[in-house]
Design a protein. Sequence first.
Length: 179
Amino acid sequence: MLIDLFVTFFMIGLVSFGGGYAMIPLIQEEVVNRHEWMNNQHFTDLIGVAGISPGPIASNIAILIGYQEAGIVGAIIASLGILLPSLIIVIAVGMFFFRVRQNKLMQSSFYGLRSIITGLIFYAAVMFALNSGLMSSLSWFTWSQILIFIASLCALLFFRKHPVSIIILSGLVGIALYG
């Protein structure tokens, strides 16, 4: 089990680019579909907990899954698995990038990568909405969730509110509406 945790999260960390939210679809594929360590609903709940916890979301997900599967040792092994590839790659790429940072082809490649990263993050958001039942029907629950989403997005984009205050306020609204 520990070897499976390490190898799974090492491979996820090795092939995933674009940050934690862009990694969610791959983590879901491995954890839910391939290894069947949990179902979609449990994974969606886990993303929620990982998202409001301090630190990078992908690392938080790895730690939570590792802990669920093998306790404290599993959490440590899973977090090492997901963090080591990034550490190794960042050191290697940093040394290379420092030498070629002014190259036009290198700069152009980053413009191309921005679109796919945005697409992966959007995909993760849509999958989260689908798995949480948000888009299953147009019920009162769905409309209230959409309103919370729109209000949170407006608070972040237009009023420049701090994300922590939005998280806390959204949680309080959730308690008031669904508690």
